[in-house]
Design a protein around this ligand. Structure first.
Ligand SMILES: Nc1ncnc2c1ncn2[C@@H]1O[C@H](COP(=O)(O)OP(=O)(O)OP(=O)(O)O)[C@@H](O)[C@H]1O
Length: 236
């Protein structure tokens, strides 16, 4: 069983991990400990390996060498059949929102609940209202994605990520398509979620203005490895 529940303080652990795309080693000797409830940036130049690292953490790329554990799942022992269970325990947010364009906000959220085993219609309705409330989008429940702004669509994507009470949100450039003001809103929302739900957030970003506005812990991908730092160091 890859799901041990032995993880104490750490929500993500990587030990001497190697991150590989096809036959190309992107990152090696990666050692990482991210504690429950922590908000952490993932930074580094384009092509430095941020997305690849996130992909290993959500089971899209296999962990080639070393050890890793994410929300109690052993990445070395992860089988294809474990991946849906791992994803159910995570919230994942992308740059391009990835809402289903052919259905309303409510139906987007219901689709995920049904796909993750929810059956009771009233419980589903309640949960949809709760997550929409926490991203301040309750009034947009019946809108189609194309009727929403980029920032609103990202709020819905965050609501969707929250549906199954994740202990970890992995966000790959969630503000990459948004203007600076909307990016700040989304950051405030992710920070709020992290704080109120003791949910860890690992967020890949290029956006140095935002990092300056919201300083914090960061993992930097550089020269084929990672280094843990505080973003304040970037502006010294
Ligand atoms: N599907 C793939 N097949 C082969 N190589 C890939 C693939 N995806 C990414 N790579 C390579 O892996 C390296 C890391 O890419 P990755 O997307 O992880 O970087 P990134 O830091 O997320 O970049 P960006 O900030 O531009 O999104 C790059 O050199 C890239 O060319």
């Amino acid at each position: 069983m890859p799901h041990h529940n032995t993880y104490g303080e750490d929500i993500i652990t990587l030990q001497d991990a190697k991150i590989v795309q096809k036959n190309f080693t992107v990152l090696s000797h990666v050692n990482l400990h991210i504690k429950r409830g922590t908000f952490c940036y993932l930074i580094g130049k384009t092509g430095s390996g941020k997305s690849s690292l996130l992909k290993v953490l959500y089971g899209h790329l296999p962990l080639k060498e070393g050890n890793g554990e994410v929300v109690g799942f052993d990445l070395q022992k992860l089988r294809a059949s474990d991946i849906p269970n791992l994803r159910r325990r995570l919230g994942i947010v992308f740059q391009d929102f990835q809402l289903l364009t052919d259905r309303s906000v409510e139906r987007n959220l219901r689709f995920v609940l049904e796909a993750t085993g929810w059956k009771d219609k009233n419980l589903m309705d309640d949960r949809i209202n709760e997550v929409l409330d926490s991203v301040d989008m309750k009034t947009k429940k019946h809108k189609m994605p194309h009727e929403l702004s980029g920032g609103e669509q990202q709020r819905i994507a965050i609501a969707r990520a929250l549906l199954n009470h994740p202990e970890l949100i992995l966000a790959d450039e969630p503000t990459g398509n948004l203007d600076p003001e909307t990016s700040n809103d989304i950051m405030n929302l992710l920070k709020k979620v992290s704080l109120e739900r003791n949910c860890a957030v690992l967020m890949a970003t290029h956006d140095y203005h935002m990092i300056q506005n919201f300083p914090g812990e960061a993992i930097k991908c550089e020269d084929g490895g990672v280094k843990v730092m505080n973003t304040v160091e970037l502006f010294e």
